[in-house]
Design a protein around this ligand. Structure first.
Ligand SMILES: Nc1ncnc2c1ncn2[C@@H]1O[C@H](COP(=O)(O)OP(=O)(O)O)[C@@H](O)[C@H]1O
Ligand SMILES: [Mg+2]
Length: 254
């Protein structure tokens, strides 16, 4: 892949549900190492676009290239293995598993041994389990979940679940992290922390595509695209977006 190719390239993405168009000709790039934001009123198609990028939905039109290659034939799992990882608007955690176990699931792609080796409990497999445990423990501490590590995820508050989901998403060191409204359910202090984590993860080389209603959090993005009923109506940094007359009219309501 040439240096100049974007990590993710969306071209003319279109989709509809039951004949109702929800995305029209959505085109933008996510440059490697960047933080790109996506805003728009409820129902404007942000989550649908995330579902398309992560492979839950096949778009009716358009193309997606990731690291210079088409994703059209790649499964959700394959996309995850190549470092394309997402979180959900409603956090998805394994209720009966502990916080630490939930985070260990996010390390699964780091395993190199085969299933047979796991069954035979080879030294390589045991070494890997130790490494996964160590990484999950470190992620627990980093995301301030250490005191909760042995509790079942079912016992967490909405804010803690959100943070657990983010910890699980990043522990496997994704290349491209898609965050769908990660600040919802978080208090002001947690949103501040989230902002710092995003900056730090990005500095460590993780590219981020972020959906959020929180304008303060959104200033973390260098480029923000505004979706309005399935179409991009404005793009730029947050200051430019907030000045944009179309955005002010349809989104900010002024
Ligand atoms: N699985 C689905 N079936 C039918 N309609 C859907 C489905 N998912 C989303 N929609 C509709 O598509 C539009 C865009 O929704 P969504 O992508 O969730 O928007 P956003 O995340 O920006 O709030 C909405 O009108 C929503 O009702
Ligand atoms: Mg949504």
């Amino acid at each position: 892949m040439p240096d100049s190719a974007p990590l993710l390239a969306l071209r003319e993405i279109g989709h509809s549900f039951g004949g109702l168009s929800v995305l029209r000709s959505v085109t933008f790039d996510v440059p490697e190492g960047g933080i790109v934001g996506l805003i728009g009123p409820n129902g404007s198609g942000k989550t649908t676009l995330f579902n398309i990028i992560s492979g839950y939905i096949h778009p009716l039109a358009g193309t997606i290239a990731y690291r210079g290659r088409s994703l059209a034939r790649e499964s959700i799992q394959k996309r995850g293995l190549t470092g394309l990882v997402r979180t959900f608007q409603t956090p998805q955690v394994f209720e009966k598993m502990t916080v630490l176990e939930n985070i260990m699931v996010g390390c699964a792609k780091l395993t190199r041994t085969t299933m047979l080796q796991d069954l035979l409990r080879t030294p390589a497999a045991r070494g890997q389990m130790r490494e996964i445990y160590r990484r999950a423990e470190a992620a627990c501490e980093r995301f301030q979940l250490g005191g909760l590590r042995d509790l079942p995820a079912a016992s967490l508050t909405a804010g803690q679940r959100r943070i657990l989901e983010i910890a699980r998403a990043v522990v496997g060191e994704p290349k491209l992290l898609l965050l769908d409204e990660p600040s919802s359910g978080l208090n002001a202090q947690e949103i501040d922390n989230l902002r710092e984590w995003i900056v730090r993860l990005n500095e460590q080389g993780i590219t981020v595509l972020l959906v959020s209603h929180d304008m303060g959090l959104m200033t973390v993005a260098r480029t923000v695209h505004t979706l309005y009923f399935g179409e991009i109506i404005a793009s730029g940094d947050m200051a430019a977006i907030q000045r944009d007359p179309k955005v002010r009219e349809v989104y900010l309501g002024v």
